[in-house]
Design a protein around this ligand. Structure first.
Ligand code: ADP
Ligand code: ADP
Ligand code: ZN
Length: 215
């Protein structure tokens, strides 16, 4: 690899960021850094940070910026991130993007664009595994009902994937996260992908684009 591959996956909740990140990890062997996964691990372990974060997550609100920024700064400074990484779910607010710019320059923002009408069904049908596996009851079912294809553990539905919370999360996306497309647009690094298609059609476009970026 000649160039670094420091990328952020963008898109509303349910766009398919986590799903697409798995393909990128597999092909380019760079780590996926998901703030949502990191926060859920803290919640599961019952740490003070996890207890605090859960209150915000359950409401569909953002966890306070300082907390998330600190967590990400630490993670990005790990040795496995030196050649590249995929940010999934970060940055999500202007102050997060500004803090990130202070430590690293992104090479590309992969923006997954999906019609709003599709998102609620994607999210309410999502089933997760603690290993990071992501499935959908109709669109991407596991081979065996409620069992993870990757590790065999039981799948679960996230507390915040209920319809009431989803609507708040979409509103938070529109007001706080979507403006970042313009922020990164100024650096000319945003690339849109039509996320309304099948999972493998989207991934083949994204992987093709990243191969060219790698140079
Ligand atoms: P995000 O990380 O952006 O919130 P996920 O990758 O978790 O999104 O995807 C949300 C849900 O939609 C999951 O249940 C996933 O299996 C499903 N999904 C992902 N991509 C597609 C797609 N292109 N078409 C239909 N369903 C999809
Ligand atoms: P999705 O992609 O489905 O929105 P995530 O797993 O990325 O879900 O995030 C779940 C929740 O974790 C968010 O609703 C929010 O409460 C919290 N969270 C994740 N990333 C961030 C972030 N960068 N800043 C603040 N809160 C975050
Ligand atoms: Zn699993």
């Amino acid at each position: 690899m000649n160039r670094t591959m420091k990328i952020a996956l963008f898109g509303p909740p349910g766009a398919g960021k986590g799903t697409q990140a798995k393909y990128i990890v597999e092909k380019f062997n760079i780590p996926q850094i998901s703030t949502g996964d990191l926060l859920r691990a803290q919640v599961r372990e019952g740490t003070p940070l996890g207890k605090m974060a859960k209150e915000f997550m359950d409401k569909g609100a953002l966890v306070p910026n300082e907390v998330v920024i600190e967590m990400m700064k630490e993670r990005i400074s790990d040795g496995d991130c030196s050649k590249g990484f995929i940010l999934d779910g970060f940055p999500r607010a202007l102050s997060q993007a500004e803090a990130l710019s202070g430590i690293v320059k992104l090479d590309a923002v992969v923006n997954i664009v999906v019609d709003e009408s599709a998102l609620v069904r994607r999210i309410t049908g999502r089933r997760m595994c603690k290993c990071g596996g992501t499935f959908h009851v109709d669109f991407n079912p596991p081979k065996q009902t409620d069992i993870c294809d990757q590790c065999g553990a039981s799948l679960y539905q996230r507390d915040d994937d209920k319809e009431e919370t989803v609507l708040s999360r979409l509103e938070v996306y529109r007001s706080q996260t979507e403006p970042l497309v313009e922020y990164y647009g100024k650096e000319d690094i945003v690339h849109d992908f039509d996320g309304n298609r099948q999972i493998d059609q989207i991934s083949s476009d994204i992987l093709g684009f990243l191969s060219k970026l790698e140079g």
